[in-house]
Design a protein around this ligand. Structure first.
Ligand SMILES: *Cc1c(COP(=O)(O)O)cnc(C)c1O
Length: 228
């Protein structure tokens, strides 16, 4: 199937989910999760109108950033971030989705200050409490969020999660709901507005939208199965 057709199908699914949830489609940003996708293919999807992409690995991101510099892509970083790689992302990504520890917050603060920018981030929460997954544990979220409030060059815009993989998307719903509730708790407790919830992937983004997602990260449904 052609790129533009695949994009249309995903956008249509987003529209339908918004309709069911009584939300406006403009409230939901589609991010192409483009790990392993070659630059030429990203260029093709860009031509179809998809302008937002998220990468998981810094090296791979930098190569694509270079190769696609002539396009006006909005790049996000969505993977686990090593502290020593933070410096390569400054002035290149609009949002880092994976802040999960103080040491990483400190490094982002330091590098953003040096670059003279404010770096927008999301805190990644391990909503499933899975040992193998990244993300701050829900019980440590408040402490990490409060800590970031003291960092001048870092701004938290919301939360992100990668819930456990479950065949039936309905079974994932409680995790998405939990992330929304955690965001609302932070908003109440710290009297702040957190505009973003980054949640939902190819097989469960409709449910995530029904639960309040503002960014859905979609790979396979757009680009096809990844070959490793
Ligand atoms: C790969 C990836 C996605 C997209 O996954 P699909 O199931 O292919 O849609 C979303 N978020 C993150 C963090 C990813 O690494």
């Amino acid at each position: 199937m052609e790129a533009c057709q695949r994009l249309e199908i995903v956008l249509e699914r987003i529209h339908k989910a918004c309709e069911r949830a009584g939300r406006k489609p403009e409230e939901v940003k589609l991010l192409g999760a483009s790990k392993t996708v070659p630059p030429e293919k990203i260029r093709e999807f860009y031509g179809c109108g998809l302008k937002v992409y998220g990468e998981n690995r810094v090296q791979e991101f930098l190569k694509k950033f270079e190769a696609l510099q002539d396009l006006n892509i909005e790049w996000h970083f969505i993977g686990y971030l090593q502290t020593n790689k933070v410096k390569y992302l400054m002035n290149k990504v609009v949002l880092i989705h994976s802040l999960d520890r103080k040491s990483l917050a400190d490094e982002i603060q330091k590098r953003a200050q040096k670059a003279g920018i404010t770096q927008n981030v999301l805190i990644e929460v391990n909503v499933g409490g899975e040992e193998t997954k990244a993300g701050v544990e829900p019980q440590n979220l408040k402490e990490l969020f409060e800590y970031t409030l003291s960092l001048q060059n870092l701004r938290v815009l919301g939360l992100m999660c990668i819930p456990p993989y479950l065949e039936d998307p309905e079974e994932v719903r409680p995790y998405f709901r939990r992330l929304r509730e955690l965001k609302e708790e932070l908003e109440r407790e710290f009297n702040v507005k957190l505009p973003h919830l980054s949640m939902g992937m190819s097989h469960d983004f409709e449910v995530a939208i029904e639960e309040g997602a503002t960014i859905v990260r979609v790979g396979t449904a757009l680009f096809g199965e990844r070959k490793y």
